[in-house]
Write a new protein. Structure first.
Ligand code: PMT
Length: 408
């Protein structure tokens, strides 16, 4: 049996995508495609100037729905179209949003289809501004954005960089991954709002000499999925990562580390400030006792003996220090997984152990799926099916949420 289909928060959601006039309007096409790909029903409204930059045909083709334009521009001149489109909407997303639309929204002006719809919706709303750096920095624009935020709008801040006008600074439309992450977070149940969660990910590298290291097969995917899921569910997430090659999930605070010692230092430093620690990283248990400062030469040797010494067991140390924090450990096992997982749970004083039999097909290191069993200190166990890592992450978060210590 293959992995079950991931439960996607955008699946079946009605999203109104407002596209305004700015050079970034062309990016709305890709955004529309990504929203549709994640299962959303997208209804695009274009302003008159938006249509100067990208054609409605592009967006109607990508969304699979007719593009709506100004009330009296449409052939059937339906004066109730803004009410009809607003009906049942789950999200209004305006990307790119110009200084003009931001000003109109802040002032309550409703003189075209997008602004009348913005007043008619009852769902959450997001704006992703994009404009010239000086326009974005203008007090009136900043005050209008602050006003919108005060009234409950979500603002997806623009990025810094070289703008279409040649100027450099803040004003470029947020990246599509940032916009998609904000959309998912807005549509997700915020059951971890106000919680601080520290996640570790990846495999540590223990240097042997300046060019070689001892490591393991962890890609970091499991930890990154946990960080993404926790952020989308409202948590403030700190990711301590020993996975250099992965793009960090949007919104998380990331600390890149290499060795077990660096990970220990960072995690122990942050521990007093977090509510939950999830240790998905594969931390080396041993490291070369004396890393050599120069590259080790072959030099006619038949054997090379390396002496290893134990690293700090970070999870066990957290288990000793913990006060109110919830500790979630992972146990990567190749034999008698549940028995060994239960021993580690007890020895390291954790509140939830995720047992990962890495010999199972589709589970463990490097894969996009995983199959784990959750063990609780009271002896309960819950075996999950083979699932995409993001779905496993959500199930682990569900289990954490149900722990009595977090429910308090
Ligand atoms: O990164 P991926 O490719 O997605 O793969 C995911 C994974 C297989 C790495 C992950 O699902 C997993 O099982 N992580 C735990 C790996 C591991 O180190 O297991 P362990 O049984 O050796 O350690 C038990 C626990 O103690 C772990 O939570 C580990 O982070 C922690 N530990 C171990 C040693 C040490 N020195 N310090 C620790 O904190």
């Amino acid at each position: 049996m293959g992995p079950e289909k991931i439960v996607n928060v955008l699946q079946g959601k009605k999203i109104i995508l407002g596209v305004c006039g700015g050079i970034a309007a062309y990016k709305a096409a890709d955004l529309c495609r990504l929203l549709v790909k994640e299962g959303a029903r997208v209804h695009v409204i274009m302003t008159r100037s938006g249509r100067e930059f990208i054609t409605p045909l592009t967006l109607s083709t990508l969304s699979g729905n007719p593009v709506l334009t100004d009330t009296f521009d449409s052939e059937d001149r339906n004066p109730l179209v803004h009410i009809e489109v607003a009906e049942g909407a789950d999200l209004l997303l305006i990307a790119p949003a110009t200084a003009n639309i931001i000003g109109k929204l802040a002032a309550g002006i409703a003189d075209d289809l997008l602004t009348t719809t913005a007043l008619a919706v009852t769902c959450p709303a997001l704006v992703a501004p994009a404009m010239n750096v000086n326009m974005y920095a203008k007090a009136v624009v900043q005050e209008n954005l602050a006003l919108l935020q005060k009234r409950g709008w979500g603002i997806i801040e623009p990025e810094e960089g070289i703008l279409a006008c040649g100027a450099e600074g803040k004003g470029r439309l947020a990246s599509l991954s940032a916009i998609m992450a904000s959309v998912r977070r807005t549509l997700s149940v915020q059951d971890f709002a106000g919680r601080r969660i520290l996640v570790t990910a990846g495999g540590t590298r223990e240097p042997l000499d300046p060019v070689r290291f001892l490591s393991n097969r962890s890609s970091g995917k499991m930890g990154y999925a946990l960080a993404r899921a926790a952020w989308e569910r409202g948590a403030r997430v700190i990711l301590v990562s020993a996975a250099p090659g992965l793009e960090p999930p949007w919104g998380v605070e990331i600390y890149q580390v290499e060795t077990a010692a660096e990970m220990a230092e960072r995690v122990l430093e942050l521990f007093p400030y977090v509510d939950v620690v999830i240790k998905a990283a594969a931390v080396a248990d041993f490291r070369p006792a004396q890393p050599v400062p120069e590259k080790i030469k072959k030099g006619g040797r038949e054997f090379l003996t390396v002496t290893l010494e134990p690293t700090v067991d970070i999870l066990a140390e957290l288990g000793k220090r913990k006060e109110k924090q919830i500790l979630v450990g992972f146990a990567a096992e190749t034999d008698r997984a549940l028995e060994h997982g239960a021993q580690k749970m007890k020895a390291k004083n954790v509140d939830l152990m995720v047992v990962n039999d890495v010999t199972r097909e589709g589970a463990g290191f490097g894969t996009d799926t995983n199959q784990v069993t959750l063990l609780y200190p009271d002896g309960r166990r819950e075996e999950l099916p083979l699932l995409p890592k993001l779905e496993v992450a959500h199930q682990i978060l569900d289990a954490i949420k149900a722990l009595p210590a977090l429910a308090e």
